[in-house]
Design a protein around this ligand. Structure first.
Ligand code: HSE
Length: 389
């Protein structure tokens, strides 16, 4: 079978290597679409998408560019031309999820996107296999390699936040614009896709809160260490009677918590069903070879003629998490007095005021933190996860 690749970045190059290593005459990368002037370093490179669309021998278009809209146009045209689509592009899937599924159904082609969440971990594939037996009750985990790498190396090597970003970029984990990693938007996209896959529901970006690592300092990290806590940026989806809870936020975990052990750029996805209990998948969630591995797995399933489980996204009721919680807040002297009504242990470190609050109504505390952040954009806050009894 012939495929066309869109893009020539880290994932596309790794995919080409993995295809060439197979020496499989039944799978041929017949075209690589190049969008900007570029030396034609591979014989399959072309600027002509119309020729790809018109070639009946090309049955799969593999989209690996960044950004949502151009990618959506390419994928839409490919499906309208009767070709199956495989993508690693979470920006496009999260923005056009329902439309992509509907169009694939209408055109009777396959749409596969396992590589769009958690890179090399068979995450969406596992969710959709397991939910056929038992409804998914909750999904949580670490789904951004860049921020996990940064947190781990701030803790272990004393890197600053900005040094961590530079290293993650150098290692090929970070997005083209690393603020999407740092501010949690990359995770928001992955949460929307995971929600669709787990609950067959449409989760919109304005229906849940996202907090990233902005403002985190080395003094904060030292304060966590002194309290025997480790910070991880977690994504959570939970089915409750009031609706689906969804959020992305930094959490201070006890050192013994399984997710506190996740190092470097590893991702860890935990899913729960009534009869299975918890299942955790840990692995490489970013980088060329693992992501290309997921893309190739999708391609080979199409080549083998494996059907995709039908999926249609419905409206979903969303509910905000309620109840009491404890928070850590690192801020400056001018903003700290805003928290005077909150019972908290207060410490100081090199000009940073560090508050460890007592149990408070989490919504009120979050509203206060959101307001305080408008005065101190370098404020860092994290919910504290209590030790298991
Ligand atoms: N920037 C992303 C990450 C790439 O670091 O996880 C994989 O989605």
């Amino acid at each position: 079978m012939k495929i066309a690749m869109l893009g020539w970045g880290t994932v596309a190059r790794s995919l080409m290597e993995q295809i060439e290593k197979r020496h499989d005459p039944t799978l041929q990368a017949a075209a690589i679409l190049i969008r900007k002037p570029h030396p034609l370093t591979h014989p399959a490179m072309t600027y002509d998408y119309a020729a790809i669309l018109a070639d009946p021998q090309i049955e799969i278009v593999v989209e690996m560019i960044s950004g949502a809209e151009a990618a959506w146009n390419y994928c839409r045209q490919a499906m309208e031309a009767g070709k199956s689509v495989v993508t690693s592009n979470k920006a496009m899937v999260s923005a056009h999820y329902g439309e992509l599924l509907e169009l694939a159904k209408k055109q009777q082609v396959q749409f596969r996107y396992d590589a769009s969440v958690a890179g090399g971990i068979p995450w969406l594939r596992t969710i959709s296999a397991l939910k056929a037996t038992d409804p998914i009750l909750a999904v949580e985990g670490i789904f951004n390699g860049t921020t996990n790498y940064i947190l781990d190396h701030m803790e272990r090597d004393g890197l600053s936040l900005s040094e961590g970003i530079v290293q993650a970029q150098r290692l090929g984990y970070a997005e083209a614009d690393p603020s999407a990693d740092l501010e949690g938007e990359d995770l928001a996209r992955k949460l929307m896709i995971s929600a669709g896959c787990a609950f067959s529901g449409r989760l919109l970006r304005d229906q849940f809160k996202v907090q990233g690592l902005q403002g985190l300092t080395n003094q904060d990290i030292q304060a966590f260490e002194a309290k025997k806590k480790r910070c991880r940026l977690l994504s959570v989806l939970k089915k409750t009677e009031a609706g689906i809870q969804a959020r992305v936020e930094p959490i201070l975990l006890p050192l013994s918590a399984p997710l506190a052990q996740i190092r470097d750029n590893l991702n860890a996805g935990v899913l729960r069903t009534a009869s299975l209990g918890e299942l955790t998948l840990i692995g490489q969630g970013a980088g060329g070879p693992p992501t290309a591995h997921a893309v190739l797995t999708d391609i080979l399933e199409i080549v083998k003629g494996c059907p995709v489980a039908p999926l249609r996204l419905r409206e979903m009721k969303i509910s905000e998490a309620a109840g009491d919680a404890r928070y850590y807040v690192g801020t400056n002297d001018q903003t700290a007095p805003l928290f005077s009504g909150v019972t908290a242990e207060i410490r100081r470190s090199e000009g940073r005021v560090q508050l460890w609050t007592q149990m408070e109504d989490s919504r009120q505390l979050q509203a206060l933190i959101t307001h305080a952040r408008t005065l101190d954009p370098q404020l860092f806050a994290a919910r504290i996860q209590e030790e298991e009894a």
